[in-house]
Design a protein. Structure first.
Length: 116
């Protein structure tokens, strides 16, 4: 069993930056793919970025060149550096991990609010 805990959310003005972190416990997540999803009020949860066990990354078009996903397998953590934030980035951000094709484990989420 893996427990995931997100941190780093908060309130920021448009154009600002935040860094989200996801700490895993219970077992190593080095063999798992990991990702950040987000869910805004009254919207479906959507993929923001993902990183494979080997370090390959994918970004949704709406965050390309603004967000950077990374992981530190030695520390069992994953991060999301968010720059040039926009009001439309306001959402609860979730960390997830799992084998290929399975987002098996989820964190509780961290709120990101971007004011205009």
């Amino acid at each position: 069993q893996v427990q995931l805990v997100e941190s780093g959310g908060g309130l920021v003005q448009a154009g600002g930056s935040l860094r989200l972190s996801c700490a895993a416990s219970g077992r190593t997540i080095s063999t798992y793919h990991m990702a950040w999803f987000r869910q805004a009020p009254e919207k479906e949860r959507e993929l923001v970025a993902r990183i494979t066990s080997g370090g390959s990354t994918y970004y949704a078009d709406f965050v390309k060149r603004r967000f950077t996903i990374s992981r530190d397998n030695a520390k069992n953590t994953m991060s999301l550096q968010m720059n040039s934030l926009k009001p439309e980035d306001t959402a609860v951000y979730y960390c997830t991990a799992g084998p290929v094709g399975q987002w098996r484990y989820w964190g509780q989420g961290t709120q990101v609010t971007v004011s205009s």
